[in-house]
Design a protein around this ligand. Structure first.
Ligand SMILES: N[C@@H](CCOP(=O)(O)O)C(=O)O
Length: 433
């Protein structure tokens, strides 16, 4: 598969080069040249396929021929070593739990997949790769965990100081080894802008191989398609109109769901569930796409004011507003509404959600008001204990800490404070020695 830059001012490139570069030289996101739907027989036979077999069929065309099929099977087996259960909330709503991996957030799949692809491409390479990543909470921990000890790879994570949860901060600052955490005096968008600027900085890129482990990287983004297939496998016999409500920040996850739909997965509709960072909700109402500085909320991983992947969504719908709107609804919710939803899920259904899942649940409720015959699945993108300070105030029971969380609780944080791009540059040059 070849990839083109969405800015259309850079040469097309292979999967391998797209992964190693992260972003095209013209600053565009890479997008696959073709998307070939899976045959009808795949969907007819889905009940007999394992998750690994489904994932293999879904992603094969996007990584071929750079990753041979036997290597791809191993990468997928190692990536998907945990479960993805659908849990019934009521007759109209279910949740897909994506938090059973090592850092208890949906980012684990993409991070582990990408780390293994990069490890494979790098095996005979003497040149080190530096992975730069901006996080508003969950990506950082997943990337730190996924890339820990990967040969020839150094990871530098930028996160907004004071704007991620305590456990998220522990996950991304305590592993050390080949992982460096930079605590940025700013918001997530400042971190993301610095990362994107670094890719275009000739002084840096002439001395080091930089790539991204955010969803701008195709190897981080595309494996997120798997979730939608896994939910479909669990629900298609009982529900015909399946709608996904995706808590959305950088819009990589929902965009991956739309790619799954392009492959033929029968998804009836998407809901982008937003907190008060509502650029896309406003766009669908006003047709004006106006990125703005992110505001801090209790669903902090979605505190993104300029979502990177929206341009890919536009590309899928060929920049046709009506086509997009017929397949995507978007709602935005305040922190108070999110707290109420957490309470309702617990009181009415005995389900403990995290704040992001609660926003997804609200997205389902809003959509179902006018679409009663649909079944809405909200993605539970992270485990509630990652947001203990929020959840424990609302849920009147002691929540048992999972072993993955306990493992980092008492570790010592190591981070470097920075405020400006030049400081990032200095850190990157220091990693060269
Ligand atoms: N929600 C994210 C922000 C970065 O998103 P990504 O999917 O592009 O890595 C986070 O938790 O850091």
């Amino acid at each position: 598969m070849n990839y083109y830059s969405l800015n259309k001012k850079a040469p097309n490139t292979s999967f391998k080069e797209a992964v190693i570069k992260g972003i095209a030289p013209d600053k565009g996101l890479y997008f696959p040249e073709t998307i070939t739907p899976l045959p009808a027989s795949f969907f007819e036979n889905i009940d007999n396929l394992s998750y690994e077999a489904i994932a293999f069929e879904a992603i094969k065309q996007f990584v071929s021929p750079d990753i041979p099929e036997d290597v791809l099977k191993t990468i997928i087996a190692e990536t998907l070593s945990f479960d993805f259960p659908v849990v019934k909330i009521n007759d109209q709503v279910s949740t897909l739990e994506l938090f059973h991996g090592p850092t208890m957030a949906f980012k684990d799949v993409g991070a582990r997949f990408m780390a293994r692809c990069l490890g494979y491409f790098n095996q005979n390479n003497t040149e080190e790769v530096t992975v730069l990543v901006a996080t508003s909470g969950d990506t950082g921990g997943a990337v730190a965990n996924g890339f820990l000890g990967v040969k020839g790879v150094k990871v530098v994570i930028l996160y907004p100081s004071g704007k991620v949860s305590d456990i998220q901060e522990k996950q991304l600052t305590t592993l050390k080894q080949n992982i460096t955490a930079l605590e940025v005096d700013g918001v997530f968008d400042d971190c993301q802008d610095m990362v994107k600027r670094a890719f275009l900085d000739d002084e840096l890129t002439s001395k080091m191989q930089l790539t991204s482990a955010n969803s701008i990287n195709v190897a981080r983004w595309l494996p997120q398609m798997f979730y939608f297939f896994f939910a479909y496998k669990q629900l298609h016999k009982t529900h015909k109109k399946i709608v996904f409500s995706v808590p959305s920040g950088n819009f990589g996850n929902i965009c991956a769901g739309m790619m799954a739909q392009q492959l033929g997965l029968p998804i009836h509709h998407f809901v982008a569930a937003n907190n008060e960072n509502n650029v896309v909700t406003e766009y669908l109402t006003t047709r004006l796409y106006q990125p703005k500085p992110s505001v801090q909320t209790i669903s902090n991983a979605m505190d993104v004011g300029n979502p990177s992947n929206f341009i890919r969504i536009q590309e899928i719908y060929k920049h046709n507003f009506e086509a997009l709107k017929s397949n995507l609804s978007s709602f935005s919710f305040s922190d108070d509404q999110t707290r109420e939803a957490l309470k309702e899920l617990y009181t009415d259904f005995k389900y403990i959600a995290d704040p992001h899942g609660a926003v997804g649940y609200l997205g389902c409720k809003s959509y179902l008001k006018d679409n009663e015959d649909a079944h809405c699945v909200f993605l539970e993108t992270a485990h509630p204990t990652k947001f203990l300070n929020v959840v424990e105030d609302i849920i009147p029971e002691k929540i048992e800490l999972p072993s993955q969380i306990k493992a980092v609780m008492d570790e010592e944080k190591a981070s470097i404070p920075i405020a400006h791009y030049d400081e990032l540059k200095a850190v990157l040059f220091n990693t060269l020695s």
